[in-house]
Design a binder for this molecule. Structure first.
Ligand code: C2E
Ligand code: MG
Ligand code: MG
Ligand code: MG
Length: 274
């Protein structure tokens, strides 16, 4: 019997490899059920302006599988993309973010805030992506100008014509765009100029050593200058220290980082809004 059971099993010789595959398969199986089991949560990290007033929030997905510790999006988003599960998951995040914007509309302290939602390549390139966003907006009844979508360079580097026209369709609805992790990809200036962007987010890898590393400082200065001349707002991501903030002071629209606040569940936003 043991022999029968073993016959159809593909085994790798390397036990570490097999373990990795088992883990991946287990994670994939768990991910498939995560939505219906309500294991996802959306956290919101404040974005602040130069005067440290809150101007918006980035929606960041959290996954806490039953009986397990939370798994970082850096681990499960790539798997969700490969399997296509990012489509229902991403749609869910959009719905939650739009519902939150709607809830904020009736709170004078929050009615002006925007929410930025991360969109993966797989989502953005789905033929019905625009309709999906439109549907979330329509069902929540929220003002589309308060929704911002974050795209990375890897999303926009493919098929520029399609990307631009898709972005323009969403722009026409009122939705704005932010280029996330800016500086880590390969987009050229001439390329960037063609995209209907509102904002860029300087990647945290440049912010980290901006005070001590003259190369990073130069990159940050260049991104600021370029953005200014293209009429783009700049958000600096990953600001953790006063020294970093002081270096960036006056040079960008705003900041996002642990110095101001970590991503937090919505219940904890009361203290942010106060
Ligand atoms: P991202 O969009 O670049 O998000 C910013 C990440 O930086 C977040 O990590 C945030 O917690 C972290 N961060 C913010 N401030 C600081 C800081 O001062 N120091 C440090 N060290 N980190 C800071 P998180 O939440 O783990 O998300 C990682 C990535 O996962 C995101 O990077 C994004 O690419 C992806 N992601 C998260 N939620 C979603 C989602 O709903 N959909 C998609 N497609 N991707 C998502
Ligand atoms: Mg982001
Ligand atoms: Mg980023
Ligand atoms: Mg990132």
């Amino acid at each position: 019997q043991a022999k029968d059971a073993g016959r159809n099993l593909v085994r790798f010789f390397n036990p570490a490899m097999q373990a990795a595959i088992d883990t991946r398969m287990a994670m994939e199986a768990a991910l498939r059920q995560a939505l219906e089991r309500d294991e996802f949560h959306v956290y919101y990290q404040p974005q602040v302006d130069q005067r440290e007033r809150v101007i918006g929030a980035e929606a960041l997905l959290r996954w806490r599988p039953q009986g397990n510790e939370a798994i970082s999006p850096l681990e499960f988003i790539p798997l969700a993309e490969e399997t296509g599960l990012i489509l229902p998951i991403g749609k869910w995040v959009l719905d939650v973010a739009c519902a939150q914007l709607k809830a904020w509309e009736s709170d004078p302290r929050a009615a002006h805030l925007k929410i930025a939602v991360n969109v993966s390549a797989r989502q953005f390139h789905e033929p019905d992506f625009v309709a999906t966003v439109q549907d979330s907006l329509a069902r929540s009844g929220v003002d589309p100008t308060r929704l911002q979508l974050e795209l990375t360079e890897s999303v926009v580097l493919e098929k520029i014509e399609t990307v631009v026209s898709r972005m323009e369709e969403l722009n026409a609805l009122g939705v704005s765009f932010c280029l996330d992790d800016f500086g880590t990809g390969y987009s050229s200036l001439s390329y960037l100029k063609r995209l209907p962007l509102d904002q860029v987010k300087i990647d945290q890898s440049f912010v980290r050593d901006v005070v001590d590393d003259s190369n990073d400082a130069a990159i940050v200065q260049a991104i600021m200058a370029m953005s200014r001349s293209l009429g783009l707002n700049v958000i600096a991501e990953g600001v953790e220290t006063h020294a970093q903030r002081d270096f960036l002071a006056g040079k960008c629209l705003g900041y996002q980082g642990f110095l101001f606040c970590e991503p937090i569940p919505i219940e904890q936003w009361e203290r942010v809004l106060k």
